[in-house]
Design a binder for this molecule. Structure first.
Ligand code: HEC
Ligand code: HEC
Ligand code: HEC
Length: 426
């Protein structure tokens, strides 16, 4: 895209009518823990209650996912976020006066979360202020107080490494006009206190839509299709609308298990969902998790759908079954039941049941790194099979898994596998 064309687009966007500022519905969810109780009423600035609340909210909003690297100091930044526009880096948000936010006031901090504007620049929406915009001022202040208590770390933030013309920060002024909304659209319906609390937790804090909602050409969230799934990274974020969850067999109880432990009968959290569970949802109180689930499923949840019976070509299925028995069954079980502390079940697995085979194929090609789950559970790595199995074999495996345990058509071709290999054979 040339500079001129970009600017023309930016101007066209700027001319789009501003959405009338809808007042945020105050969050009045039911809660039990001290932290949540504090969230409802004003807490004393600087009090132990405010710091406890700030810590809880910082986890709920998963700030560490983008601001703490695996080996770096807490909140010192440097996490690389790849995107079609180039690379972004989470900034240093420790109270260091030179490199962090040490000189910022609570007002300036709120402006960064609410408007994406810092004392000296417009932030890129890789920092999910499109979601944090709905955060209450009291919750922003609590997070601010908690971050200001962290150890200052004198590490400079890394500037985003973007392709032209996206490297022009002033462009964000134009982006914000049509795309920065005061609230996100809901995928479910409800009005119970739990649903409303879940709406706040999922949209304003957990920013689930940032990964689970599709985006338009300018990287903006497509608000007409909330939570219907998106492929931001190599592992796609599935459809988590009420219908999407029911179609692959999720129940409220299984979602509780998934968000608190990372492993459920429908499978484990992997890809970019793993840090979400690891750094964020596992720390939510039972009531707050229940609220998130009520928001996802709606006040009147749909019953989980049983796995459909599929008829498919017997030769293809036999070939797939032989491969499965030889290379997968040792970990996932001959009947696809999984093995405790070794690997998850394939029977009824939401990745296998997904109508889109994307994640199933990606998992087989790339494998999954060993992950340490909440509590004492840790799973070894799932090996990558891209080198060991041919396109034809992987297609046969995909078809066997989908038809046998996923209730999905066995129509995946070797070409589909080939197109998804990371290594581009010349
Ligand atoms: C999905 C990743 C992501 C999450 C989650 C995230 N941030 Fe950020 N944040 C970023 C990126 C990327 C930048 C730098 C953006 C840029 O270069 O314009 C940033 C920048 C910032 C800045 C500006 C710092 C400066 O010096 O300009 C602040 C403040 C900030 N984030 C606070 C937070 C807080 C508080 C949370 C949790 C409530 C949070 N962020 C969660 C990605 C994230
Ligand atoms: C050495 C053991 C091992 C082998 C062999 C293995 N897997 Fe896995 N697999 C795992 C583990 C462990 C996980 C969960 C990893 C995690 O989330 O940390 C997993 C996850 C998966 C997932 C993602 C679903 C989910 O919910 O996590 C799929 C799909 C999958 N395996 C398919 C296969 C197929 C097909 C084969 C044979 C080609 C295979 N695996 C071979 C250990 C194995
Ligand atoms: C950083 C990106 C990201 C964010 C933020 C995120 N997710 Fe995910 N999510 C994913 C990816 C990728 C997967 C697919 C891998 C897996 O199943 O673990 C996933 C999977 C899921 C699944 C399993 C769906 C299925 O059918 O297997 C659920 C449920 C879910 N996410 C809910 C949430 C909720 C609720 C939030 C907000 C609190 C959230 N996610 C935030 C990326 C994200």
């Amino acid at each position: 895209m040339t500079k001129v064309r970009y600017l023309r687009n930016a101007l066209r966007i700027a001319a789009a009518p501003l959405l009338a500022a809808a007042l945020l519905a105050a969050c009045d969810g039911s809660s039990s823990s001290a932290a949540q109780a504090a969230s409802q009423s004003a807490v004393k600035p600087g009090s132990a209650d405010q710091l406890a609340l700030g810590r809880y909210l910082t986890n709920a909003a998963d700030c560490a996912a983008c601001h703490t690297t695996a080996t770096g100091a807490a909140f010192a930044g440097g996490v690389e976020l790849a995107s079609p526009f180039g690379k972004f880096y989470g900034s240093n948000i420790t109270p260091d006066k030179q490199h962090g936010i040490g000189k910022w006031s609570a007002d300036q901090f709120y402006k960064a979360l609410h408007d994406g504007v810092t004392p000296d620049k417009h932030l890129y929406p890789a920092m999910p202020y499109t979601s944090y915009r709905s955060m209450t001022r009291a919750d922003s202040d609590a997070i601010y107080a908690y971050l200001m208590q962290q150890k200052p770390v004198a590490v400079p933030s890394k500037e985003a490494d973007l392709k032209f013309p996206y490297n022009m920060r002033f462009g964000m002024m134009f982006w914000n006009v049509p795309f920065l909304k005061n609230s996100l659209t809901d995928a479910s319906t409800g009005q119970s206190p739990a649903w409303l609390r879940g709406q706040y937790l999922s949209n304003a804090l957990g920013h689930c839509a940032e990964c689970h909602s599709p985006r338009g050409v300018f990287g903006q969230l497509d608000l007409s299709k909330p939570l219907t799934g998106a492929a931001l990274g190599r592992v796609a974020a599935p459809n988590i609308t009420p219908a999407g969850l029911a179609a692959v067999g999720w129940t409220a109880a299984d979602l509780q298990t998934f968000f608190s432990t990372g492993i459920a009968p429908q499978g484990s959290a992997y890809g970019e969902m793993f840090p979400v569970v690891h750094l964020s949802t596992q720390y939510l109180s039972k009531d707050d998790l229940n609220a998130v689930i009520t928001y996802l499923m709606g006040d009147k949840p749909l019953p989980p759908e049983p796995v459909k019976t599929i008829t498919a070509d017997a030769t293809e299925l036999d070939a797939g079954k032989r491969l499965y028995t030889a290379v997968c069954a040792g970990c996932h079980g001959f009947q696809g039941d999984g093995k405790a502390h070794v690997a998850v079940a394939m029977k009824g697995n939401s990745t296998v049941r997904n109508a889109d085979p994307h994640n199933l194929i990606v998992t087989m090609l790339d494998g999954i790194e060993a992950q340490k789950f909440p509590g004492t559970e840790s799973l070894q790595d799932m090996p990558a099979f891209s080198g060991q199995l041919s396109d034809k074999e992987l297609a046969q495996l995909t078809n066997f898994l989908r038809a046998t345990w996923g209730g999905q058509a066995a129509d995946i071709t070797p070409d589909r596998i080939k197109a998804m290999r990371l290594t581009t054979a010349h």
